[in-house]
Design a protein around this ligand. Structure first.
Ligand SMILES: O=c1[nH]c(=O)c2[nH]c(=O)[nH]c2[nH]1
Length: 314
């Protein structure tokens, strides 16, 4: 090893696409008042997986060209795909947990591991049922949806006996783009020679929103009865309902309200966090006969960003 330098490295495979058909359905999740979501059929279980191996014992590959502790990233890709066939659970986090443990069992060369994933969302196509006028969701045909999607990250290391240990997790739902036409304000902010923004007691608020959450105990996240599992669909629906109902003074005010509602609804969560972008459009014209009728257009291309983490007091 070269003593002149210190090193920090990781390597792995990014964006391994996995399309597993007929995974075990997710059933028996607890309903919440803000959402219709109670089950996910998992007919098409589609995710993109990132594998990141961390540690020191593959440093000789960098320093001396010695690959003897290097698991080829091509093999990692094959491993992920094979495990997807074996997988018996029904959530993304259960899949990452099974995958992480199996990687560390299989490869003594891996000290630590971080697995991340993004949902590849597909929607069931609506088709007519036998008979007239009744439409149902197809159980065969799905269309790719370029909508918001679930994400997850699980980190593993080894305990003193070398057995895999889950050390960190983060769940999320990202890429929401929500436009509320009335019922939001932004006023009484600092005014000085740089201020051009008018005070608005009612503005059309368009936000891009990413939300993340952590459980108090990862056992609740991974329990096979899913009694305390928090589905990303319920989080998405709850955030939408808060935005619909709450007349905010700012995006800061809105994400705080969302955080409070999420922690109240899901006592099993320890922390929720948000990244919201302000994508509000500029008002161009107002109808002279009906002042609720307005036209907006794209604003200056820079946008505001508002971040918040809300943690439960311990
Ligand atoms: O909700 C908002 N928060 C801000 O901090 C801000 N700043 C701004 O120009 N518009 C807005 N809107």
């Amino acid at each position: 090893m070269n003593s002149e330098f210190s090193f920090s490295t990781s390597y792995g495979k990014l964006r391994v696409p996995v399309y597993r058909v007929y995974a075990t359905p997710l059933r028996d999740v607890m309903p919440i008042p803000e959402s219709e979501f109670v089950r996910r059929e998992n007919i098409l279980f589609a995710y993109e997986i990132d594998v990141d191996v961390l540690g020191e014992n593959f440093l000789p590959a960098y320093t001396h060209g010695d690959n003897s502790n290097v698991v080829a990233t091509d093999s990692m890709k094959n491993f992920v795909l094979r495990q997807a066939l074996e997988f018996e659970g029904s959530t993304l986090e259960e899949f990452l947990n099974a995958l992480g443990r199996r990687f560390l069992f299989t490869y003594a060369q891996m000290e630590r591991l971080r697995l991340s994933a993004r949902e590849l969302p597909f929607a069931q196509v609506i088709v007519p049922e036998q008979g007239v006028g009744i439409f149902v969701e197809s159980h065969l045909l799905f269309k790719r949806s370029h909508n918001d999607y679930a994400v997850a990250m699980l980190s593993f290391e080894r305990d003193q006996q070398g057995a895999p240990l889950l050390t960190d997790h983060r769940c999320g739902h990202v890429g929401m783009e929500l436009f509320k036409v009335t019922g939001s304000s932004f006023s009484h902010f600092v005014r000085d020679q740089y201020t051009t923004l008018p005070e608005r007691v009612d503005r059309p608020l368009f936000i891009f929103l990413d939300a993340y959450w952590k459980y108090q105990d990862s056992a609740a996240l991974l329990a096979s009865d899913h009694e305390y599992y928090v589905p990303a669909e319920q989080v998405r629906d709850l955030l939408q309902v808060v935005f619909h109902e709450f007349v905010s003074e700012s995006i800061q005010h809105l994400v705080h309200e969302m955080g409070k509602r999420l922690l109240a609804r899901f006592p099993q969560l320890a922390e929720v966090s948000f990244e919201a972008q302000n994508r509000t459009r500029d008002q161009i014209a107002v109808s002279s006969s009906d002042e609720t009728v307005k036209v907006y257009s794209d604003p200056f291309s820079a946008y505001g960003v508002i971040r918040l983490t809300v943690s439960r007091q311990v």
